[in-house]
Design a protein around this ligand. Structure first.
Ligand SMILES: [Zn+2]
Length: 392
């Protein structure tokens, strides 16, 4: 340190250490290198492996803390998804762009998320419906593992394929040889080859690149995180229980129109259409001691269908619904209408809203063990459509 300081006259004075002449001791300890370096809130150590495991463990603890604090809040399913994506995931989204998420951490993050999303519910929609977009009848929930893979992969793939930079040179050093066939990044110049063992985080990127583009798929342009994520997520549409049971219904219109419904009403319709309303027949399937018979008419099992349109106790109500929907131009039958398939009406039509309000109120009044009235439906239907004129 001494010679370095004295190489320029006056430096030791400028550093506040006093004059150099005849000094035998210095008021500073020997310089030691830190074991960690904190950059943008992430504390890196000399080993990427150690850094990755430590940071993801901390991120999991942080996420679990947030979820524990918020699990008691009165959220609907869609609100829980929104909360997870916007609030709870903000930290792991940040880390996910810098460090690869080890598969074991991804599994733990996913299970913490799932536990929060389904808190207090016994049944869940099929996995397809969880990750599907809302316009296809899903919850648009993130697939944690694939989402984090896409986050980490985007800057790496974009750097490898992007314009000449220092980062691109370094990445090509590690990634060029094994990816040259499918990334087509060395058509113009001969490839610099890597003969050395690649660092762990580069191996992760390489595995993901191979999995994504190694089967003949060409990289989209521009290469956004959203595009990579949708490539990773199975693109094919997997039909749920209801779609398989009633393939003739216009499911596309049912799901697409649902997003125009007010959130609480939409939630009930989502649960009804995914066969998730906790009716007596479902309780009976889970616990045989529960009597499946409808406690209003005592004639048939209380299925969701029976509750909505089959129960003789509610006959006047169903007859009113049927005639109102007919007068609004619905084509088909009541059992299709109740699912939201009302024919060629616009997505924002009053008829679609009426059906959803009917399902929502039927379920809510059933929970409170009282009978629904026509006036109640009319009131909620009209108040859910502000600024719109009605003939009924
Ligand atoms: Zn009944």
């Amino acid at each position: 340190m001494g010679p370095m300081i004295t190489s320029v006259p006056g430096v030791s004075k400028a550093l506040g250490l006093g004059g150099w002449a005849q000094r035998s001791t210095w008021p500073v300890p020997w310089l030691t290198s830190d074991t960690t370096l904190t950059l943008l809130g992430i504390s890196f150590s000399h080993s990427i492996q150690e850094t990755t495991n430590r940071i993801w463990d901390a991120a999991l603890g942080h996420l679990q803390g947030i979820l524990r604090t918020n699990v008691g809040r009165c959220f609907s399913l869609h609100q829980r998804v929104h909360f997870l994506k916007t609030d709870a995931y903000s930290r792991i989204v940040f880390i996910g762009q810098v460090l690869p998420c080890p598969p074991s951490s991804a599994v733990k993050l996913h299970s913490a998320t799932t536990k929060f999303l389904w808190a207090g519910r016994l049944e869940r929609p099929p996995p397809g419906a969880i990750f599907r977009p809302t316009t296809a009848g899903g919850l648009a929930m993130l697939h944690t593992d694939l989402f984090l893979q896409a986050l980490f992969l985007r800057p790496i793939a974009a750097t490898v394929l992007g314009p000449d930079t220092c980062g691109r040179f370094l990445l090509r050093y590690w990634l060029a040889f094994p990816t040259r066939a499918f990334l087509h990044c060395f058509t113009d110049t001969p490839a610099p080859m890597s003969f050395f063992q690649r660092p762990a985080h580069i191996e992760t990127a390489l595995r993901s690149l191979k999995a994504l583009f190694g089967n003949g798929l060409s990289p989209p342009s521009p290469l956004t995180h959203r595009k990579i994520y949708s490539l990773l997520l199975t693109p094919e549409f997997v039909p749920g229980h209801m779609e398989r049971a009633q393939p003739l219904l216009d499911w596309e219109a049912i799901w697409r129109s649902a997003r125009f419904l007010p959130p609480p009403i939409r939630e009930s319709q989502f649960l009804f259409n995914h066969r998730l309303l906790f009716t007596r027949d479902r309780c009976h399937n889970i616990d045989p001691r529960v009597d499946p018979i409808c406690d209003r008419c005592h004639l048939e099992d209380e299925t969701a269908e029976h509750l909505m349109i089959g129960c003789p106790v509610r006959q006047e109500l169903t007859a009113w619904l049927q005639s109102t929907l007919q007068s609004l131009g619905c084509v088909g039958n009541l059992s299709s209408w109740i699912r939201g398939d009302v024919g060629q009406l616009p997505y924002r039509s009053p008829a679609r809203l009426l059906v959803a309000v009917f399902v929502d109120l039927s379920w809510r009044t059933r929970q409170r063990r009282r009978l629904l009235t026509i006036a109640e439906i009319q009131h909620k239907w009209k108040s859910s459509f502000p600024g719109q004129q009605f003939s009924h």
